[in-house]
Design a protein around this ligand. Structure first.
Ligand code: DNO
Length: 389
């Protein structure tokens, strides 16, 4: 019986959740990154080892890097992109030299993940992360005032967003602004309105087709390096899995995933299978994706979302929501049996609940909510694996 390797994300020494907490949650590994190194710069062996030692001193393993971020120039093939790609390869060599095995990254232009409300109150009083379409459109049209943005929305959507905006308290507007421009945990960039408008302009000539070409080129450059080093690359899907602020998003569907694998065929070229991100699109068949893409799944983010038909979603309990988690976990158990290897997993996000409601926490990354998710997933997996054995 092969079980997933249980990990949690750790943002480094300033994370309010400690390594000891993570160990007590039952994890054997952590997922971490050197967020203090500017995007594009080389991760040195020294810096990598410093983090690795901290983790190992706490009795844990640094199982996955999340993320080794990709410079914007690489996504646009502009400026010094060739240099950034060379730097990326050197960072890969260095992480491999330190004994690390899995490297997560994403190819979302400018912004990483996006929610409009990190403290959406659930019926039981816990807080969940939510994406509300009208609030997001209100941000785009009335806070950011992105030129020509109204062309991307229907008159009904605009009216709804206007009403929504007029009803927002100043505090709500502030939260929306902070999430969108200052970023959620793990996002590497911080923007003012002006900076983002300038950044958006630099993507004006880049549509989805072009961005895909840039991703494929990047993969063709780095995958051979990763393969020769015995590393596994794991691309995180777009979150949410649709275009935002007029920016193309190209890792949102099974077809996207298949295409990027085909662009640089190698066991090193793989996916971070994030059920929370892919699961927001009703057309993504998650258990089927595990069956069909399994050989390229190097890392798992297990999380659930609940959509409505207006384009909103919130982060549900790990075993609740629209994704059939038991079915997904069953496929993962079968996959690991077939390939004879354990795949690292982290319970992705969790509700802010119990004592965490009054603590300073990072949105989505509270200790108790993630512990609850992990415990449920662990039990689900063990039950399935024992039953299938
Ligand atoms: C959010 C995360 C993302 C993810 C990056 C991977 O909670 O899933 O920030 O780490 O997109 O590159």
């Amino acid at each position: 019986m092969i079980l997933m390797e249980q990990t949690m994300r750790w943002f480094g020494p300033n994370d309010p959740v400690s390594l000891a907490d993570i160990r007590q949650a039952g994890c054997t590994g952590v997922v971490s990154a050197l967020h203090h190194i500017p995007v594009g710069e080389i991760w040195t062996v020294d810096e990598i080892n410093k983090r690795k030692n901290l983790i190992e001193d706490a009795g844990l393993t640094w199982t996955v890097i999340e993320s080794l971020p990709v410079h914007e120039d690489i996504k646009k093939q502009s400026g010094d992109y060739k240099l950034w790609i060379e730097n990326y390869k050197i960072s890969l060599k260095n992480v491999a030299a330190c004994g690390l095995k899995v490297v997560t990254y994403n190819f979302m232009p400018i912004l990483d993940w996006m929610r409009t409300d990190p403290r959406f109150t659930m019926p039981n009083g816990s807080k969940a992360l939510r994406f509300e379409k009208s609030a997001f459109i209100a941000f785009d049209l009335f806070i950011l005032k992105r030129p020509n943005a109204e062309k991307e929305y229907t008159p009904e959507e605009i009216n709804k967003a206007k009403t929504r905006f007029e009803k927002m308290t100043p505090a709500e507007k502030e939260t929306l602004y902070n999430n969108a421009l200052l970023g959620l945990p793990g996002s590497e960039e911080r923007f003012t309105e002006e900076q983002i408008l300038t950044a958006l302009k630099t993507y004006a000539h880049i549509n989805a087709k072009k961005l895909k070409e840039h991703l494929f080129y990047f993969l063709q450059q780095i995958v051979p390096t990763a393969e020769s080093l015995g590393l596994k690359l794991a691309i995180h899907p777009d979150d949410p899995p649709f275009p935002i602020l007029g920016l193309p998003r190209i890792v949102s569907t099974e077809q996207d995933a298949q295409e990027l694998i085909n662009a640089a065929p190698s066991p090193a070229n793989g996916l971070c299978f994030c059920t929370g991100s892919y699961g927001v699109r009703p057309s993504n068949d998650l258990p089927g994706m595990v069956r069909r893409l399994g050989d390229h799944i190097h890392f798992l983010h297990l999380r659930n979302t609940k959509r409505d038909n207006e384009g909103n979603f919130y982060e549900a309990d790990h075993l609740g929501g629209d994704t059939d988690m038991p079915e997904v976990v069953r496929e993962i158990v079968l996959l690991m049996e077939r390939i004879g290897t354990s795949i690292p997993m982290r319970p992705d996000h969790g509700h802010q609940m119990l004592d965490d409601l009054t603590k300073k926490t990072l949105p989505g990354y509270t200790a108790i909510g993630r512990l609850k998710g992990l415990a449920e997933l662990r039990g689900l997996e063990l039950g399935i694996a024992r039953y299938l054995d």
